[in-house]
Ligand binder design. Sequence first.
Ligand SMILES: [Zn+2]
Length: 415
Amino acid sequence: MSPTITRLTRLATAWDAALEHELPAAARLREELHAAPCVSGHERPATDRLIAELGDVVAFEPVADAGAVGRIGPAVGAAIAVRAELDALPVTELTGAAFAADNGAMHACGHDVHQAALVALLRAARGLELPVGLVPLLQPREESYPSGALDIVDAGVLDRFAIAHVIGAHVHPGVPDGAVASGGGFINAAADEIEIRVRGRGGHAAYPHEANDTVAAIAQIALGIPEVVRRSVSPLRPAIISIGTLTAGEGAANVLPAEARIFATMRTTDPADRATLFAAVQDMAGRTAEAYGAVATVRRIEGEPALINDVALAAGADDWLTRLGVDGAQPMRSLGADDFSYYCDAVPSLMLFVGVRTPGEDPQPALHHPRFLPDDAAVGTVARALMAGYLAAAERVLGIEHHRNDLAGPVGADA
Ligand SMILES: [Zn+2]
């Protein structure tokens, strides 16, 4: 075993033991954060609370409005960032917990767990010799636009802190309780919105030959969209366009409207498909409208890019998780979206999914459900997932080729 791997293994053993001591306080902090949720764009009280909790560990500076960033470990050289999202959702909590929120907002996406886990991880690192700088990213506005992750990237934080990799972990009821899913490659879709407006000559419903039927045109376009997807993107690469809004007319039965509109979400998993599919929709909508004597304008509102996990980081994290005594799980791939993908787009990064359970609920409530409430154990598992990600990224920064055999034994066995 190489001396650097030995050093990382000793660090993991000491860090994991220190983390265990931090978990009871972290569980209490999580309840406090849960009771005082802040919605997107209004996260300042949460940020202040976390900065106070880490006052003797990290010097933070503000970023992206309510966000904060700092650095521990070596002050120079490449660093590894670890993200926690700050925002809650505008959901009225129905968990009935003693620490339930009563302000009309709720940590229904588990970001309270992520914050408490990051605090525990950083507090546990006190007195340890980290081989690579660790940069906590307290990120606002994950749940709404403009994206806090994009703001952090655009603010030049990755360059300024020499961030080589970003690690994130998200609780998920779809992963077995206590297990962690990594998985290299595609994890979440790119999420763009498409607006199609068809304009023509409106008129009297009894004289359709003197007008352009924008309703018929928009209906044809709506039916044509699945065909465009099917014929533009390989069936081996998931992609969808779903129409969420279709409008035409103002309520009258006897007026042909001059305008009709589709508002849809486009999810693609391969960066090349993103441009190709939009161009194909644009072309189809334009030609279809033209066939009705109308004109279509098609606009793309760009959202998150696809979330692509770095393959080597995922494999490395899996091995460190095993050594930390955490079970692995099948990767959580979906056409959902998370703005963590902006970090993946900038530097090789890794998003992990942590299996959690809401006690007493069957079936288990989904993310964003008003009864979603992971138990305390989730804090420790998220912290260990982040630790495993840091250790895998540290191997990369230190230039260690990842050899599975080097990491065969459990943490704690002397290397
Ligand atoms: Zn979330």
